[in-house]
Design a protein around this ligand. Structure first.
Ligand code: GLA
Length: 386
């Protein structure tokens, strides 16, 4: 149904074919959660769930958007970029606002977009929207921006216009993903490395709790502040520390009594999670995807007990994974407080696991568990490149 439905809706609305059609994928993250804004390491990948955009330039300054899945429309003007109370248009408006701030001129646009990334599931539908919109504008208006610049702009749009103080992982994964590869990203230098996953008989299965997270105005920003508090205090003793990236467990332990207990916990999680990403990359290269399973469980434990961004439904899903030969590991994915778990298991164990976990979940929470296997795809691109 996508992208055809988006193209058809565009024709219906604007009476002509779109000039370009862009696909912007969501992302998973194998490991490295809440490390991006601490200048640490992450290991995400773009997936075969995406937002599709049909876009044409306009002769005026008008911004005409249609959100196909929501059946809502918005009309604005480039000369008057104000936050919309509708919510969703801000993910697009922020892109224009940040381009303008950097002195890049665009004209108005007609846009229809829609896709199959479930929102609030921790798979970064919002970063896909920003990345796709910016990519389309870069193409239409020949701005000559690199994918890296687009990722930075997308992050700034979300920070400044939407008001969510996220890191760069999501946009980076959506724009820079490579088929069959995880992306090891150093969120300080933005140096990155593609690590082939050779999935073969391993499946990556997502289980969606159906619990919608609310990251804006949520504990996300509090977590950031707690990490910053830790850095400020550690700097007094270790002046070379600029972020938790520069901290190791010895340094942290030595200052334990000077940190609030909760701040110590948050910092400990981040320091250990960065170490886990490094270990995961090493293990992945040497022994393949199944071998990182135990690191996934360890990451979840930290997110649950120390960073405290999990929720009972996520914990239930992780706790009920079978410790059998065909199952390698699981953890929550994304910002937390709801959304999905990522599960690594043998392809031929998927069916049995799905039947078992769906039953258990329904018994406990009284509603169905949505599950889907994902493939690792390329990042944002034009439809004709597919
Ligand atoms: C959200 C944010 C990301 C990252 C994750 C947690 O997805 O958008 O920048 O911080 O949470 O790893």
């Amino acid at each position: 149904m996508y992208p055809e439905s988006v193209i058809q809706a565009f024709r219906r609305k604007f009476g002509e074919a779109p000039a370009i059609v862009v696909r912007a994928p969501g992302r998973i993250n194998l490991i490295g959660e809440h490390t991006d804004y601490n200048e640490g390491f992450v290991l995400p990948a773009a997936i075969d769930r995406a937002v599709w955009f049909a876009v044409s330039p306009r002769n005026d300054q008008g911004l005409h958007f249609q959100a196909l899945d929501l059946r809502e429309e918005f009309q604005g003007d480039l000369k008057n970029l104000e936050k919309s109370s509708l919510g969703w248009p801000n993910y697009l408006l922020g892109c224009f606002s940040e381009l303008l701030r950097d002195g890049h001129q665009t004209g108005g646009v007609n846009v229809v977009f829609g896709g199959d990334i479930p929102s609030g599931a921790g798979l970064s539908s919002s970063a896909a929207i920003e990345s796709g919109m910016l990519f389309a504008l870069n193409e239409l208006y020949h701005l000559g921006l690199s994918r890296l610049s687009l990722a930075r702009l997308a992050q700034r749009s979300e920070n400044n216009f939407v008001g969510m103080n996220c890191g760069i992982m999501d946009m980076f994964a959506s724009l820079m993903g490579h088929e069959g590869c995880a992306l090891k990203l150093d969120c300080r230098s933005l140096q990155h490395e593609y690590i082939p996953l050779h999935v073969q008989d391993t499946a990556i299965l997502l289980c969606d709790t159906g619990v919608k997270h609310q990251l804006v105005d949520s504990a996300y920003n509090t977590r950031r502040q707690e990490c910053e508090e830790g850095v400020r205090l550690l700097q007094l003793i270790y002046p070379t520390v600029h972020s938790l990236r520069d901290v190791d467990m010895n340094m942290l332990q030595s200052e334990k009594n000077h940190l609030r207990a909760v701040v110590f916990q948050r910092c400990k999680y981040v320091v250990e999670e960065n170490e886990r990403v490094e270990s995961a990359c090493k293990v992945l290269k040497e022994n393949g995807l199944p071998a990182i399973g135990s690191l996934l469980y360890a990451s979840h434990e930290g997110l649950k007990n120390e960073y405290q961004v999990s929720c009972p439904e996520l914990d239930f899903l992780v706790d009920h994974t079978p410790h059998s030969l065909g199952f390698f590991g699981a953890r929550m994915v994304g910002g937390g407080f709801g959304g999905c778990t990522i599960n690594l298991l043998k392809k031929d164990a998927v069916e049995g696991f799905q039947t078992y976990i769906a039953l258990k979940y329904r018994e406990k929470w009284g509603h169905d568990l949505r599950m889907w296997e994902v493939k690792i795809t390329d990042g944002v691109g034009m439809m004709n490149d597919e």
